[in-house]
Design a protein. Sequence first.
Lengths: 307, 264
Amino acid sequence: MDIYLPIAEVSVNAPTIVALGALVGFISGMFGIGGGFLMTPMLVFFGIPPAVAVSTMANHVAASSMSSVIAYSRRRAVDLRMGAVLAAGGVVGAILGVELFRWLRLLGQADLMVSVSYLLFLSVIGGLMLVESVGAILRRRRGDTAPARRDRRPVWLYGLPLKMRFPRSRLYISVIPPLALGAFVGILSAIMGVGGGFILVPAMVYILRMPAGMVVGTSLLQIIVTTALTGVLQAGRNQTVDIVLAILLIAGGIVGAQYGARASYRFRAEELRAILALIVLVVGLRMGLGLFLTPEEPFVLMAGANG
Amino acid sequence: MTDLPPPSAPPVAAPPAAVGAPAISAALTTTTVQVKSDFRGARIVLYGAVFDTGDRPTDVVVMVRGPEQPVRLTRKQKVAGLWLNSRPVVFDGAPGFYRAASNRPLQDIATFSTLRRLGAGVDHLTINAPAEQRVETRYGVRDVVVSRLGPDYYDWRRAVVRLKEKAGLYHEDQQGVRFVDRGLFRAEIALPTGAPTGEYRADILLFQDGRPVSSRARTLTVEKVGLERALYVWAHDRPWSYGLAAMAFALAAGWAASAVFRRD
């Protein structure tokens, strides 16, 4: 069942793409991440031009995040106010990021930036999360209590001005850290072609000190806003969104996300984080490998010849 | 290998046809290829005939060129242990599709300079580059546009051909023209899924004693039709409404899925 994609101008096997959408949707619903960091490389592997993969991924991530965020909000696991602050930062970041990516693409350094970002962020975050979550699992097995955090009121949360109450998360902190975090994730999401959940989730736990139960639903909210904006900007600026590809991915993704959101509460939070950390680490190392291996073909045709 | 091909090799000018002079004729079985949702490439058959009262050996070369497109490529270079992209190089015009078919190896049919002049074969096809090297600034980014980079030019040129061959867009088939009967020949043109849309030109050349003595040109149109065309036009002519609609669909689909799953 092959189908021709009008924008990507390639022919793909429809059931395979739907299955890929479902798999990534499942992971997305389970971990509260967009799943773009998995989707983008896999679409490229299936022969979709990278520019189309990066842009169309945004539609898929928005759909599967939308599908699972409703499931989370029914369980009252979404902090709307925190989500709005993060998203406000994310909007600014996404606009900057799309322009930065356009400039890098014209310079011919977009590939490098993508590889370096994947290697750097995915392996560092994956590594840190793995160490932390495995530590938590081992402590629980031994029956130890979690070591008290050295600083219960870190200065970057409580020392800065513009404090705001976040009743759902039981926080009373400055809005500057969440705004900055949202903007940073917005830039990265446009450059790497990802939703940014894999950075947002650990940052909300370790930097913003949000309760673990609120993190996943709230990060999905931020991801929806950022990717919806990125998707429209990519279509408007670069004409690289393939609606047929998006429909195939979404058909699988929204169903997968529902099952993922359900599966997530069969596991403990630290176990989920350990699995996610492993996935993130493997993808990051795989993407970064290209920087060190001698390429078989030193020349690369570049998209965007028409400007 | 120091002489560059002219910017665009004109197809052979048919010599004035004397009575009884050898001539060639050809037709495509399909002149329009429609790209629809089930498009998986196409095979087009070309039939032709050689009219020759004499009995000198004749050779037939069929060249198909797709619409010209600028080509931008980069080369990976090792910098401090890392493989990084060089500054991109732009070739102003290379055919988006190229296929040369002949009844025997091209180098046996005609001399190097004749093939070069006609742009026959992937080693000789014209890839337009401006006469002099210059630097072009677009969107605030400096692109190097090359032509006379000495030996480097050939590395880049060969890379264009190699990469396009890998994508199935360039091909040279030394047995692509088959004589099915005396004077009657047949060739097949395979269009891959990634073949660009637009006007294609097929040049059918008759060679005798290493010289082109007669030629015919035929055109072929590859176009998107139906829904594929409507979506493509929408995405390019009204990109913002297209982007908004695509995203609205995505969000609605996500919401609908969670509403459906709520019941159970």
